[in-house]
Ligand binder design. Structure first.
Ligand code: LLP
Length: 463
């Protein structure tokens, strides 16, 4: 984490507690475009707007907490990935980051494909009109029902994750009289520089089949002999929230070397490789994400070079960005409930949501930014911890950040870059009602996932 341990905060320098936090911006009213969705701006009245609508109006109409997604920004990012990878490659949006029917329609319209990893995601995709052949089905333990449905509806590919699954999918496909297009997910053995829980290419974890010492080659051997399967390629996903391209390059090189081995052994050139998702986004001003065109260029060059060296035809490349598309396009809007200064430590700001709408801080020690958005303030910066209303002290939304010291109950604050893995990992802890997702575009706001109600909670409670 690239954070300064010695912030140069005015007046505060002598009273700041130990910690790792970014120095307060010179002007807390300025919103860093790196972390905010594209149409977010401060209006003349001092409050913030998105898609041309003031957050105070949004709060009044939709309540807080709520996620607001900038639809134009989502579409622009989806398009940027599509354009960067061009016609010789496919972009599969990773639905786990955030999926709803509106999102599926946006993706369809912008020419992206979709990666799903459960029956629920598959149903959502199909119900919003995503053609089945543009869907990839993932998961390390897909159920027989999920596999059967995926094959019956005709998904474009199933990504196989274990030896048992190779046989299971082949068997189900055969019993349905079909031949299913599949890829084999391999673990390439690179250490991605990210949180342990979201790194997936080192060998000691549950995903994929190891490349080193032969299991992946053996998996290919078996898949090629089974009538129910059409093996179209190799898949690698090295982890998530990664900034360094080196891991992807090593992965690409190792996957291509497996393709060469398969050609030598079986006389078959597998036509596709998928290099997964995982590109990092800016959660704070210290993060410097790569642009899609840089990523496309780097991956394209390395695959082409390695294939030329191995005298292989260059396979069709696909990628699966989730966070990099949806993450930066949304923010969570909260109302401040209490402001509790702890002398010599920091000020605890309690909001009306918490770990039920953003578990990432508690789970991965994730860093976020925060801003006062219902007004401007020239008050001194104060070091805050933004916390939720749940019954545990780890219920932290933003661990260390600066807000103006005149912050008061009733103010609206917003946490940017919450489009990915926030609503999709939201819970009902303490019987919290999961917040709505509201899409804002060109002066219009519409709910795309509605707020849960107490009736929703009781509907499942049938005891
Ligand atoms: N492809 C596969 C096979 C994946 O497992 C994932 C993410 C992706 C693509 C998309 O990765 P992305 O581009 O969004 O980084 N809950 C964690 C992230 C878990 C990622 C799981 N797999 C978080 O909040 O950081």
């Amino acid at each position: 984490m690239s954070r300064s341990a010695h912030p140069a905060g005015p007046r505060h320098a002598d009273v700041l507690p130990e910690g790792h936090y970014t120095a307060p911006a010179a002007d807390l009213n300025v919103l860093d475009p790196k972390v905010w969705a594209q149409t977010v701006t401060r209006t003349e009245s001092g409050s913030v707007s998105v898609g041309g609508i003031d957050v105070a109006d949004l709060a009044e109409e939709f309540g807080t907490p709520a996620y607001f997604v900038d639809e134009a920004d989502f579409r622009a990012r989806a398009r940027a990935w599509r354009t960067a990878f061009g016609h010789d490659a496919d972009v599969f949006y990773a639905g786990k980051a955030f999926l709803s029917r509106a999102v599926v329609r946006w993706l369809h319209e912008e020419g992206l494909n979709l990666d799903v990893c459960s029956g629920g995601e598959l149903t959502t995709a199909l119900s919003a009109g995503m053609p089945a052949d543009r869907i990839a089905f993932h998961g390390n333990n897909k159920s027989v029902e999920e596999i059967t449905k995926a094959i019956e509806v005709g998904v474009g590919r199933i990504v196989l994750d274990s030896f048992q699954e190779i046989v299971r999918v082949a068997h189900i496909a055969q019993s349905l009289g079909k031949r299913q297009r599949v890829q084999i997910r391999v673990t390439v053995g690179v250490e991605a520089h990210t949180h342990e829980f979201i790194a997936t290419a080192h060998e000691d974890q549950k995903f994929g089949i190891a490349l080193a010492d032969g299991p992946a080659a053996e998996a290919v051997r078996r898949a090629l002999t089974l009538d129910g399967l059409e093996l179209i390629g190799i898949h690698s996903h090295i982890g998530s929230q990664i900034f360094d391209m080196a891991g992807f390059e090593v992965a690409a090189r190792r996957v291509v070397s497996l393709l060469a081995q398969v050609r030598d052994e079986h006389g078959v050139e597998l036509p596709e490789i998928d290099l997964g998702g995982g590109l990092g986004i800016a959660y704070t001003s210290d993060d410097d994400p790569r642009e899609p065109h840089e990523i496309a260029k780097a991956l394209g060059e390395i695959v082409t070079r390695e294939c030329e060296a191995a005298r292989l035809r260059t396979p069709r490349i696909s990628v699966e960005p989730g966070r990099a598309i949806v993450g930066p396009t949304a923010f969570t809007l909260y109302e401040v409930g209490t402001v509790k200064p702890l002398e010599g430590l920091r000020t605890y700001v309690s909001v009306d949501g918490g770990m039920s709408d953003n578990i990432r801080t508690a789970l991965y020690d994730a860093e976020y930014s925060v801003a006062l958005v219902s007004r401007t303030s020239d008050a001194e910066p104060m070091l805050v911890r933004v916390v939720g209303k749940h019954c545990e002290s780890g219920d932290i939304v933003v661990k260390d950040a600066f807000l103006p010291s005149d912050l008061a109950p009733g103010d609206l604050i917003a946490v940017p870059a919450t489009g990915a893995y926030c609503r999709s990992m939201a819970s009902n802890y303490n019987h919290a009602l999961r917040p709505p997702v509201v899409a804002v575009r060109d002066g219009e706001a519409r709910v795309i996932v509605r707020r849960e109600t107490e009736e929703d909670l009781l509907r499942l409670d049938v005891g």
